[in-house]
Design a protein around this ligand. Structure first.
Ligand code: HAM
Length: 422
């Protein structure tokens, strides 16, 4: 029969990589707690409308990348391609706003987008992110950006760049969109169908096109930040001033518009030079109008999400290891049938004492057991043969220091717990 394969663009995370993932997850949880963000978990699928209304019909995600299907009752469901819309849906549905006016929420989650797979771009990938809901203040934008940077810096990542921009409020953006649409129509005489569609439906998205032929037109295009109304300009100005005061370096990038429609005011991305074409470690911004799309109330909010695969790639490229490979404390080696019968009870005693322990489960030769003990990376080998059994002791080999000692049964766990600390 044909061997089955995983779905294109998905990954198996194998045991040798899991310690890095776990260490990254621990780091994220610790740093989120430091900023007083609390975890929220939402279902892996949602009604399609949550994303269609939340992210925007004309975005790449909604128009061509979602895993959407009908269940048996013909409801349209979608595997979540991002977390901001589900978090806002959950926030409204569970009336979290009735408890306190401001909520700091974070998540770690697998997400699904049917993109063309390449390095750093998968069809199932993992994000962690933070959503700060309830405050319209520029301080909340700054808090969110500082949190994103704090987590990266704590990992030891280097050579990152923070880019920021403002996409304004609707009062600033709508007249600007018309202006930009006219400019693009005049200056791109014969646009490709995708570009023509964007000029018509979402002209801002043309600005982050990577197409070489469009770069000059994009560089010369009118800039939204020059057309911000007073309050939007003041918000942006305040964010920049606070970042500077906090000693954070950033580059203003008027072409940074992000691929989701819900943004207002501040948008930002952090890129790493350790990555290839897909070099964004995280992206985010303010999204004051999303709540209205999903419910009937307004809740100002700002957040970001970071790609965990990309972070692990950047860490590897920069030679940073978050965790040592995993190994048990003990590998037990038995010689002869009588000793082998003592294996299971001894393993149980060791584990009850908090020592991780393994042994041979294939009835292998002593030589092969020693080889396995070495391969396992165990700190200690415990050898139990006929002499040991008769005189009630173990030969304990310290694999780190290459020393060997005889330890009476009664003293074994205490001895190992003490030695493990060295
Ligand atoms: P996003 O820019 O679509 O934003 O994704 C954020 C990050 O997720 C990216 O910078 C990248 O690191 C990672 N990422 C995205 N797509 C893929 C993929 N196909 N494969 C691997 N990694 C990927 C959002 O998702 C917004 N919800 C962020 C946000 C939160 N805005 C406000 N709050």
């Amino acid at each position: 029969m044909k061997q089955l394969k995983r779905i294109k663009g998905t990954q198996d995370i194998l045991p040798e990589k899991s310690p890095q993932w776990q260490a990254l997850e621990r780091h994220i949880r610790r740093e989120m707690a430091l900023f007083n963000f609390r975890e929220i978990r939402t279902p892996v699928f949602e009604m399609t409308e949550v994303f269609a209304r939340g992210i925007g019909q004309f975005t790449d995600i909604v128009s061509k990348e979602m895993y959407t299907f009908q269940d048996r009752s013909r409801k349209s469901l979608t595997l979540k391609p991002e977390m901001t819309a589900p978090v806002m849906r959950a926030f409204i549905e569970n009336t979290l706003y009735a408890r306190t006016p401001v909520h700091k929420l974070y998540y770690l989650a697998p997400l699904f987008r049917q993109e063309n797979p390449q390095a750093g771009r998968l069809r199932q990938f993992h994000q962690y992110g933070a959503e700060f809901i309830g405050s319209p203040a520029p301080e909340a934008d700054v808090e969110t950006i500082l949190l994103a940077l704090h987590i990266f810096e704590g990992l030891g990542l280097k050579n990152m760049e923070l880019r920021i921009n403002s996409v304004g409020d609707p009062e600033s953006r709508e007249p600007y969109k018309a202006l930009l649409r006219d400019y693009l129509s005049q200056n791109i005489p014969d646009p490709e169908p995708v570009v023509a569609e964007r000029i018509a439906n979402n002209p801002l998205r043309v600005l982050d096109s990577k197409d070489e032929n469009l770069q000059e037109v994009i560089q010369q295009a009118p800039k939204l930040i020059d057309h911000l109304k007073e309050s939007a300009a003041a918000h942006y100005h305040s964010v920049k001033a606070q970042l500077s005061k906090a000693g954070v370096g950033f580059r203003e990038d008027p072409t940074l518009v992000r691929g989701l429609d819900y943004y207002t005011h501040t948008v930002f991305e952090v890129t790493s030079d350790a990555l290839g074409a897909q070099n964004a470690l995280c992206g985010g911004g303010r999204y004051d109008l999303l709540a209205r799309e999903l419910g009937d109330k307004d809740f100002p909010a700002v957040g970001f999400a970071a790609g965990m695969e990309r972070i692990l790639m950047a860490l590897e490229a920069q030679g940073i290891q978050l965790a040592e490979p995993e190994a048990p404390d003990i590998f037990m080696i038995t010689m002869g049938q009588a000793a082998r019968e003592e294996m299971t009870p001894w393993l149980a005693r060791l584990r009850r004492a908090g020592l991780s322990a393994d042994a041979d489960f294939l009835g292998r030769s002593v030589k092969a057991q020693f080889r396995e003990a070495n391969r396992s990376g165990a700190r200690f080998s415990l050898i139990l043969g006929e002499d040991e059994l008769e005189q009630k002791f173990f030969s304990v080999k310290d694999m780190k220091n290459s020393t060997q000692e005889n330890v009476p049964f009664g003293e074994l766990t205490g001895y190992l717990l003490q030695k493990r600390k060295d």
